[in-house]
Design a protein around this ligand. Structure first.
Ligand code: SF4
Length: 333
C-alpha cells in the first residue's frame, strides 16, 4: 500500500455566525470557505491566491487548526485532524504543522529576546536540557541567516526581513513537516522578499518541508509554488500546476488576476490588456446563486446565474488542472 499524502483536504467548509443585538442572536452565517479540496505531497508547495476576502487566511487557519472547521476532512499523515481534540493536537500535530504570518513584528513578543522566542516551542513540546535547547536554537538561527551572537536582542532591534527570519526559525526549531505561510513577504521590500523566498526554497530542498504559501501577489507565488489554487469568495475557481496555470489558465477570474500582474518585456510589444472587474466582491453572508463569480464575470450567461459549476478537469487535460466554470476560456496569456 502506498504511503498517504502528507496532507489531503476534502470538502473543507468554514462558516462564522453573524450575531446581533443585546442577546447576540445569530442572524446569518459568513460563508468564508466552502467545499475546498486539494492534496499536498512532502517537499512540495501549494500556492493559494485570491483578492483579500477570498478566504485564503481562513483556509490556512483551519488547516493548522487555529479555527475548527464547520465541515470536511483534513487528513494529515493519514489521520483526520479536522475535529481532533486540542489535547491530541498538542501531542501529535502541533509541532509538525507550523504557521508564519505576514507581520512578524506583531507575532513576536516585543519583550522577549531572540533566544527566548525561538526556544519557547522547544520548552513547550520537548523535554530537552537547557544546553540541548541552546544548541538547537543556535543551529536553527545560523540556518536562517541570523547570527547567534544576537540572541539577547529583542524584535525591535531587527529589520523587517530579519524579523521574518526569526519567525521562520521559531517555526523550524520543532522540525515540522508542513509550514503554512500567510502572506509571509507582503510587508517586505521587493529585494528582501526575494531573499526570504530563496531562503524558503533552500530550506525546502534541504529539509523536505511542504509549504502552503498564501499571497495576493501572483509573481511571488509563481516563483515558489508547484501548484496554484485560485480562490474567490471561499471557493476554488481553478487549480493547476504553476507553469500550466500561468500559461494556460481557463477561468475568467484567473484571467483577471493575471492581467493585473505587471509584465516586463524586452521588446516594444504590449502585454495583455488589464481586465478591471466591475463591482466589489459580493457579501459572504449572502453569496450569489449559481456561479459565485457571475456578478463580476465579463463572460457570464444565463446558466451561470442558476447553476453552480462543479470543480472538474478540462476534457483531454491533465487531472491536475481543474476549474469551476461552465464556459472555460480557451485563451492563454
Ligand atoms: Fe463566468 Fe459563468 Fe464561468 Fe462563472 S461559470 S466564471 S460566470 S463564465
Amino acid at each position: 500500500m502506498s504511503a498517504p499524502r502528507l496532507l489531503e483536504v476534502s470538502g473543507l467548509t468554514k462558516s462564522f455566525p453573524v450575531k446581533t443585538g443585546l442577546l447576540q442572536r445569530t442572524k446569518g452565517q459568513v460563508h468564508a470557505v466552502t467545499d475546498v479540496s486539494f492534496g499536498l505531497e512532502r517537499g512540495r508547495t501549494i500556492g493559494i491566491v485570491g483578492e483579500s476576502g477570498s478566504g485564503k487566511s481562513t483556509l490556512a487557519k483551519c488547516i493548522v487548526r487555529l479555527y475548527p472547521p464547520t465541515a470536511g476532512r483534513i487528513s494529515f499523515r493519514g489521520e483526520d485532524i479536522a475535529f481532533m481534540t486540542e489535547r491530541r493536537l498538542r501531542a501529535d500535530v502541533r509541532a509538525r504543522v507550523q504557521m508564519i504570518f505576514q507581520d512578524p513584528y506583531s507575532s513576536l513578543n516585543p519583550r522577549h529576546t531572540l533566544l527566548s522566542i525561538v526556544d519557547e516551542p522547544l520548552r513547550v513540546h520537548h523535554r530537552l536540557s537547557a544546553v540541548e535547547r541552546g544548541y538547537r536554537v543556535d543551529t536553527v538561527l545560523e540556518r536562517v541567516g541570523l547570527d547567534p551572537a544576537f540572541r539577547r536582542r529583542r524584535p525591535h532591534e531587527f529589520s523587517g526581513g530579519q524579523r521574518q527570519r526569526i519567525a521562520i526559525a521559531r517555526a523550524l526549531v520543532l522540525n515540522p513537516d508542513l509550514l503554512v505561510a500567510d502572506e509571509p513577504v507582503s510587508a517586505l521590500d521587493v529585494s528582501i522578499q526575494a531573499q526570504i523566498v530563496t531562503l524558503m526554497q533552500d530550506l525546502q530542498e534541504e529539509l523536505g518541508l511542504a509549504y502552503i504559501f498564501i499571497s495576493h501577489d501572483l509573481s511571488v507565488v509563481r516563483a515558489i509554488a508547484d501548484t496554484v489554487i485560485v480562490l474567490y469568495l471561499g471557493r476554488i475557481m481553478e487549480v493547476a500546476p504553476a507553469d500550466r496555470l500561468f500559461a494556460c489558465f481557463a477561468h475568467p477570474y484567473t484571467e483577471a488576476l493575471l492581467s493585473a500582474v505587471p509584465v516586463v518585456r524586452t521588446d516594444d510589444t504590449k502585454g495583455p490588456p488589464r481586465i478591471i472587474l466591475s463591482g466589489d466582491q459580493p457579501d459572504a453572508t449572502d453569496p450569489p446563486a449559481g456561479c459565485v463569480f457571475h456578478t463580476r464575470c465579463p463572460y457570464a450567461r444565463d446558466r451561470c446565474r442558476n447553476e453552480v459549476p462543479a470543480v472538474r478537469s478540462l476534457p483531454d487535460q491533465d487531472e491536475g488542472h481543474r476549474l469551476a466554470c461552465h464556459f472555460p476560456l480557451t485563451g492563454q496569456s
